[in-house]
Design a protein around this ligand. Structure first.
Ligand code: 0T9
Length: 371
């Protein structure tokens, strides 16, 4: 295809064959340089808060129904960043840097117009398979989003199918001191355009936002040729407590606009706000931009020898570290999270909307950090 540089065609074909014959963890496959991104997966949780005023608006809603609508509007408004921003910024979906165990990413969005400061803390809690845990807080608004993200990939009819594992839970503390929770499940991805070397994401199937108040949003995703015939389409149905009758229906395209009963609902055509982070020079050894600095420089500047030399350095150092830990009988200690094999909050909320699986593991935030 046009997008694949002539000199990398052979290696692209080999990469596609490897994907096709291999399902599970794509992060470990070696890809040709043109498809590499200089950004680590630990940076991705920032997509949740790139419209900080929509996040903080959740706390300003006056009742459970309008809070659900505020959560839904914020959630839908994150999708453009989560799933199309690499295409917008780099011309296609790219293979992110595969984080090392213990890799960290910290950032914030400043307080502006009374929205409060939003803080982000990310830790890579597993290397193989890659699992990323994150915590996003707005203390002034008493909001905390905690989740983890992993993927199970397979190959079908020329597309990569990505099932997202993990979930997020939004904790809201109301002015009267009572607490409300929202379970956010994640959509399935189909990565198309592989043959041509210009991959892009379409969302499929259904995801849910279940509130402890009983309000539920059921979000259906379709691409070109389905119910609207348009790319990145969705339809969200909102139901009230103990009821299956629809209270609201929102329809549109998640990367542009949508409407609720003919009235504009979300609109992400305007600019988003990137997370503020310390420069690579200011960061500690375990923070993404410092850790991957030279690899990223190599990828950005087309110096792939530098990129691959520095990547090997990091990988060798990691291998040695794992050996030493094994020998010392002292496994790696996470900095901000502790793994738990079940999650009572997930179980309670998942039961309310009958979402599968009925139980999931989780990473419990331990404090000890800037979020
Ligand atoms: C959580 C998001 C996730 C991470 C990425 C599948 C993918 C890694 C996971 C699911 C975020 O909230 C949202 C967006 C994009 C997802 C990535 C897209 C992608 O291609 C990668 C996988 C691992 C690859 O790099 C596949 C090979 C590549 C050549 C295709 C472009």
């Amino acid at each position: 295809g046009e997008a694949v540089p002539a000199s990398q065609r052979g290696s692209w074909t080999a990469f596609i064959k490897a994907i096709a014959s291999f399902s599970g963890d794509l992060s470990s496959l070696t890809a040709p340089p043109f498809i590499l991104s200089p950004i680590s997966l630990t940076e991705f949780p920032a997509y949740w808060a790139e419209r900080p005023e929509l996040f903080s608006a959740i706390a300003d809603a006056k009742n459970a129904e309008s809070r659900m609508l505020a959560v839904l509007k914020w959630f839908i408004s994150t999708l453009k960043g989560q799933y199309t921003s690499r295409n917008d910024q780099m011309g296609s979906e790219k293979k992110p840097l595969n984080p090392v165990l213990g890799e960290l990413f910290y950032g914030h969005w400043p307080d502006r117009n009374g929205r409060g400061e939003t803080r982000l803390l990310v830790e890579q809690v597993s290397h193989h398979p890659p699992i990323t845990a994150y915590m996003i807080t707005n203390k002034a608004k008493k909001l905390a989003l905690q989740g983890h993200s992993a993927q199970k990939t397979s190959f079908s009819a020329g597309s990569i199918i990505v099932k997202q594992l993990g979930h997020a839970i939004l904790n809201v503390e109301l002015p009267d001191g009572s607490k409300e929770q929202y379970l956010i499940t994640l959509p399935r991805l189909r990565i198309d355009g592989i043959w041509y070397g210009s991959p892009y994401i379409e969302l499929t199937d259904t995801s849910y936002i279940q509130s402890s108040s009983g309000w539920l949003s059921t979000i259906e995703y379709k691409g070109k040729g389905y119910f609207s015939g348009k790319t990145h389409s969705f339809k969200a149905v909102v139901t009230g407590p103990n009821s299956t009758s629809t209270k609201h229906t929102i329809e549109g395209q998640w990367h542009t606009t949508s409407k609720m009963s003919g009235v504009p609902f979300h609109d992400v055509q305007g600019p988003k706000e990137e997370v503020t982070v310390a420069t690579a020079e200011e960061q500690t050894e375990w923070e993404s931009r410092k850790l991957w600095n030279l690899v990223a420089k190599g990828i950005r500047e087309g110096d792939y020898e530098l990129a691959s030399r520095e990547k090997s350095k990091i990988e060798n150092e990691q291998r040695q570290r794992r050996k030493d830990e094994l020998a010392a009988g002292a496994p790696w200690q996470l900095k901000h999270f502790v793994h738990a094999s079940n999650d009572p909050d997930y179980e309670r909320l998942a039961k309310m909307c009958k979402v599968q699986p009925t139980t999931e593991d989780c990473y419990v935030y331990q404090g000890n950090g800037p979020a």
